[in-house]
Design a protein. Sequence first.
Length: 324
Amino acid sequence: MSASGGTKAIVAALAANLVIAVAKFAAFLFSGSSSMLAESVHSLADSGNQGLLLLGGKKARREATPQHPFGYGRERYIYAFLVSIVLFSVGGMFAIYEGYEKIKHPHGIEAWYWPVGVLVFAIIAETLSFRTAIKESNAVRGKLTWTQFVRRAKAPELPVVLLEDLGALVGLILALCGVSLALVTGDGVWDGIGTLCIGVLLILIAIVLAAETKSLLLGEAAGTDDIEKIQAATVDGVTVTRIIHMRTLHLGPEELLVAAKIAVEQHETADEVAEAINAAEERIRAAVPIARVIYLEPDIFNESAAAAGSTDTASPQGGSGSGH
């Protein structure tokens, strides 16, 4: 994904959440609505999360060092994982606690126009932020569905902002329903129920984010399209005749490691093999520009070993057969 697109979506969400958090807290002070308090903490947590994403993006741009020879690209995954923890603990658990307390000790809502007015304003602001995230995501998701985009995106920022904005919009609607029912019935328990629903929603979103960023932290292979491009670019049919086996790993959202054992002709000289490897690396980088770290190991492909099943031929993420 475009780093600038992710940054634009983060900044838009951060600006919206800071303004909304102040408005929600003011509404809580004037009305005593627990839904408004939960929502103000939610917006404050989201603001902190956007700050974490921006910080992770900045740290990820540091140059590689002897201690970290592959650079700091995964910093973005670490900070995205921290976002899920903050969303779960600060946003979700606080809302559940506040909702429980309101149900246990209900009280009416005062100055109803404050929470209603702020919630309507917040829904409009969050819709604009969500629209920006959708626009930036559409520029990079291609033909993927939204579920596929969230699950397969190697850059965590846009999926995180999308889920946060979606959660914020649904949470605002739940808060508005809780406040409205409390006003209509005169029973503050409905305000507490709305707060509980907000807490459950935030925890569910946090779990989804944690699962997806955990996968990125563990290390994910290149996407199917990139693997096919790398395979096609590696084999020239002259010196490099096939891929015996290959591994790919994302060192960061825009940096890919490619390691492959390639079959070369037995009669080729060392100079010819070296030239073929250099040419293959150039073709791979031209086909997949994020393939910045490439290791190609030449070998002699053994047909009888392949027929016996001891060799993992050009499988995208094949096994450990040596090809001998």
